[in-house]
Design a protein. Structure first.
Length: 407
């Protein structure tokens, strides 16, 4: 059986997708683990709408952090060919002696030439043009950056510092046998960004996208920017799992894998004939993936034939953090799996209840019952003023003011 060619439509049928573009994946009307992580908790469920495409004012933020994570995924999970085809490294200012980078640099250098005096409020662009004419031998940062962007073409440009950190972290991961298997997919071809869509009996549609899919594990890279002094990376990872409901992500991956096996056996596998530059041949990925239901089964001597693996990574920081990678396993059927499954179920229930109440074309909002600051009220309806807040001393007429007498 051969995979089907990916349909060219916004709402794709349920099934497994190989080499599906990220934009097409997120365009589908389906809930993923990040959505459910907001939806399962009543304190944040209404906020899901505000960070969804249903909100006409929502914009994706933190582009640099997203680009760093995507580039690390690409080099580590898809290999150098894919990385160099999709990313370009920006020039490093340290490689250009005598670099003219700031407005002050340009004014100072031009002042030592025969260039006519520039206005006090001269635009940087005008200073750059003057420097090109009167300082032809000096490197000018704005000019260097512009040439680098043209050379990059459609590739995403990342800083030289970020590229250096990514190279170091992938090299560190390759030294660990568990991470090496995740990065190289020993025994087969790389299966990265495999997408799965399925619809629940209630009509709600779910989705999952595997960072890396191995016969023995579902894998994902996660960043931890920093952690408290005296705290271990393991403790920080545990906090991240709890605070970001990553147990829900792992649980949903197990459900998605079951759905993927069912889709593979039923022939509901689609392949993108035009994959990203440098990606593994989608047909090779398909031939490897279709072996999974039989060779990496759901039931292996009473246990699933695979488990979940997070690879937490810490970027190097100026305060002395070295690049560090921590692999963390989560077993199928564990208490954490059960907790994650329950969160996902609550997320779906909260979503369906709010869609019924609000729909998707108007903002979701929360209305809480009236509370009081009076001591002695029911705890769940009381707003407490912290005991450490500074309070005033007694004033002379307070008893008269506070004792009501009918006149």
């Amino acid at each position: 059986m051969k995979p089907q060619t990916q349909p060219n439509e916004d709402q794709l049928p349920d099934g497994v997708y190989i080499a599906l573009p990220e934009t097409a994946y997120f365009r589908q009307k389906a809930l993923g683990s990040t959505d459910l992580a907001y939806l399962w908790d009543d304190d944040t469920a209404d906020g899901w709408w505000w960070r969804s495409p249903n909100n006409p004012h929502y914009r994706r933020r933190y582009k640099d952090a997203l680009d760093f994570g995507s580039a690390l995924h690409c080099l580590g999970l898809e290999g150098r060919g894919a990385y160099e085809a999709r990313y370009a490294v920006a020039p490093n200012p340290a490689d250009f002696p005598g670099l003219l980078e700031t407005v002050d640099d340009l004014k100072s250098a031009l002042g030592a030439t025969s260039a006519p005096p520039m206005p006090a409020r001269a635009r940087k662009a005008d200073l750059v043009e003057a420097a090109k004419a009167y300082l032809p031998g000096r490197p000018i940062w704005d000019d260097i950056v512009e040439k680098a962007k043209r050379k990059a073409g459609d590739r995403t440009v990342i800083s030289a510092e970020a590229a250096y950190q990514i190279e170091v972290m992938v090299a560190a991961g390759m030294r660990d046998p568990i991470m090496n298997a995740m990065f190289t997919a020993e025994g087969g071809v790389r299966l990265v960004e495999v997408s799965v869509f399925w619809t629940l009996p209630s009509g709600t549609r779910l989705r999952f996208r595997f960072d890396s899919l191995l016969p023995a594990a579902n894998c994902d890279l996660k960043s931890i920017e920093s952690w408290r002094t005296g705290e271990s990376l393991a403790d920080a990872a545990g906090k991240a799992i709890g605070a970001r409901s990553l147990d829900l992500q792992a649980a949903l991956s197990f459900t998605a894998r079951r759905q993927a096996y069912r889709a593979i056996e039923e022939g509901r596998v689609w392949m993108n004939p035009n994959p990203e530059p440098g990606a593994t041949d989608p047909l090779e990925q398909y031939h490897w993936l279709k072996r999974f239901p039989g060779e990496a089964p759901l039931d292996l001597d009473g246990k699933p034939g695979w488990r979940w693996l997070w690879a937490f990574f810490q970027k190097p920081t100026l305060d002395g953090r070295a690049p560090t990678i921590l692999p963390v396993w989560m077993e199928y059927g564990s208490l954490e799996h059960r907790d994650g499954y329950r969160k996902a179920a609550l997320g779906v229930a909260n979503y369906e209840a709010r869609v019924k109440r609000f729909g998707l074309d108007q903002p979701w909002s929360t209305s809480l019952p009236a509370h009081t600051i009076d001591a002695g009220a029911a705890p769940e309806l009381q707003v407490r003023i912290p005991s450490w807040t500074k309070q005033p001393a007694a004033v002379a007429d307070e008893e008269e003011e506070l004792t009501w007498k009918k006149r």
